[in-house]
Ligand binder design. Structure first.
Ligand code: NCD
Length: 331
């Protein structure tokens, strides 16, 4: 595998391979010094044309824990503001000698174009409304570590029998598109819960059912996955008001009481507390939102290792033994 552009590229086998490898990197992340030399000498660039907190920091942390060098491209302080094209920017960065680019862009398809232009590996960090494959992988890993591993003594991702609802702004969500493909590929049943205005115009080919009413499905769910209302992508008024939205589709403190005690509450972040999720619900014991973030680093280590680490040792050389340094050595 050279690039990671969409969940479809991976299929069930590829998803399972990433999840298995992630176990090893979770173990690395728990060490006193969470770092291995696997990607020493490799350079990973984050090329983010859209805002991001967790995805960019997560990829950069993952690359550093694998001992790769990292470069960060920030649009607001780059020559993009002097009119440089995407292709010229990407080719300029590649000429510096890089091994992988993590791309986020507001237009769907940009990572595919970049993969045609350069030799380095391309990882899709989110393209428009289209795909966000590493988010889906970290979501699968989080669900698997809470449920499926317990059900399947072999540790495989036995998602069969899990009922997962994705709630909210599905229309504008690349997370929903990647998650639906990944959850369904692993065998889960996926239910979409949203007002009709926040569903895509056609769901043909989506392996899902639709439930208009959150209260109807709540008690039957293993996972409730909430999405942010992506107002920056809305060109028209699609909901009457935020209050009305919260009343009908928000995971309020009242609603969360009707969830099963072992159900999971998930959200990709950034959250709008008080809109799709009540402030106290985000901190409920059933919420695994911070576990999603921690797992994200290990999942991205697994992805970077799969793309760039051929031939290198994974984790056989722990760096967590303190090396004694004499004061004189530092002089
Ligand atoms: C999401 C994104 O940017 O696609 N966040 C993320 O990557 N964790 C979801 C969002 O913006 O609502």
């Amino acid at each position: 595998m050279k690039h990671l552009l969409s969940i479809e590229d991976l299929g069930r086998g590829g998803i399972e391979e990433v999840l298995r490898l992630t176990d090893k990197f979770v173990e690395v992340s728990e060490r006193a010094i969470p770092k291995v030399p696997a990607l020493r000498g490799k350079t990973v660039v984050s090329l983010f044309y859209e805002d991001s907190t967790r995805t960019r920091l997560s990829f950069e942390t993952a690359a550093k824990r694998l001992s790769a060098d990292t470069m960060t491209f920030s649009v607001s302080s780059s020559s993009v503001n002097k009119g440089e094209s995407l292709r010229d920017t990407v080719e300029t960065i590649e000429a510096m000698g890089i091994d992988a680019v993590v791309v986020r862009h507001r237009s769907a398809g940009v990572p595919w174009r970049i993969a045609e232009w350069i030799d380095a590996s391309v990882i899709n960090g989110g393209d428009g409304w289209h795909q966000h494959p590493t988010q889906a992988l970290l979501d699968c890993y989080t669900i698997r570590s809470r449920f499926a591993a317990a059900r399947d003594p072999g540790g495989g991702p036995a998602f069969g029998g899990l009922r997962i609802a994705i709630v909210g702004d599905i229309k504008h969500s690349r997370v929903a598109r990647s998650d639906v493909q990944a959850f369904a590929a692993l065998g889960a049943e996926v239910v979409l819960v949203a007002p009709p205005t926040l569903l895509p115009p056609s769901l043909e080919g989506w392996p899902v059912t639709v439930a208009p009413d959150l209260d109807e499905v709540l008690g039957s769910l293993d996972v409730v996955y909430l999405l942010r209302l992506q107002r920056e992508r809305m060109t028209e008024a699609l909901i009457p008001s935020l209050r009305e939205y919260r009343t009908r589709y928000g995971l309020t403190a009242g609603r969360v009481g009707r969830l099963r005690s072992d159900a999971l509450v998930m959200h990709p972040g950034p959250m709008n507390r008080g809109v799709e999720i009540d402030a106290e619900v985000a901190d409920d014991p059933r919420s695994v939102i911070t576990a999603q973030v921690s797992n994200g680093v290990a999942v991205r280590m697994a992805v970077l290792f799969l793309l760039l680490g051929s031939g290198s040792e994974i984790v056989s050389t722990p760096l967590d033994r303190p090396v004694p340094v004499a004061v004189g050595d530092l002089a």
